[in-house]
Design a protein around this ligand. Sequence first.
Ligand code: PHE
Length: 342
Amino acid sequence: MLDQIKKLRAEVAQYPVKNPEELETFRLKFIARKGAIAALFTELRHREPTERKTAGRLLNALKAMAQERFKTLARQLSTPSQANPDWAQADLTLPPLTDALGTLHPLTIVKARIIALLERIGFNMAEGPEIEDDWHNFGALNFPPNHPARDMLDTFFVAQGRDSVLRTHTSSVQIRMAERQQPPIRIISAGRVYRHETISARAHCTFQQVEGCYINRDVSFAELKQTLLYFVKGLFGADSKIRLRPSYFPFTEPSTEVDMSCQSCNSQGCSLCKHTGWVEIMGAGMVDPKVLQNCHIDPATYTGFAFGMGLERIAMLLYQVPDLRLFMENDVRFLKQFTTYA
Ligand code: PHE
């Protein structure tokens, strides 16, 4: 009996196991209820008590050893070995998965282009608060107290009193700058503005504006026109033309609406330009003398021009985006089409 146990012990220790199938054979052969070790336990019952005692102890040790070996082998087989690592099964010809690189928001790209263009002709960036008082948003800009733009329908009032509003345009920044320094002043103000408008493909309650303002001695309307032409050609291409239509803003006199030749149909007439060959891109005009006075600038010595545009509208025209809301929704399928990286 003791010999049998010894032999079985050697067999258990050396039995070759290289894969899960062989491990299962090992289990059935030695450890299972009908295996070799169990068979010896059955036999033990028929032996003399003295033999039973020593053989029983050895047999128990053998059983523990076999179970231990089974566990060790099972562990080894479930972790990939050096000889057969995971990457051995991988397709090394596949292209690598790179980290996705973020792109700049299309409005950020267009804003940077506009600012770069205007900086080249001497304009400097200026910033101001988005929550404005009535004076900087309306009063100094020559809006009479009962002007409809101050109406609830256009303006978001921040507090109970009517003196605190979300700025409806970035012209307020120009007032702040003009109050602080004497001409020459040549500034761009860019930023978010708010208007109480129904959200649609062409309008939103919040959008961004870029405005320019130049105040100096002898600033003429001809200079405004050339500046606008330079700007439009720089942004939309050298073939672009502009057309000025008389208009009205409380803070400019004369005032004009600026149209650009339609890029989409080469001025032939299409649905975008409503078959006129022209699309409206901004408002402009000569700074009203009253506005200069409000900023303590002498209108007898200085004149100025100003222009302002909606950034989304410019971006829509540049990229032919049909719906303004796409710029606010941050859908990456839309955003990743603009491939200028930060
Ligand atoms: N502030 C005007 C607007 O918000 C745009 C503008 C700016 C018009 C400067 C003329 C001169 O519509």
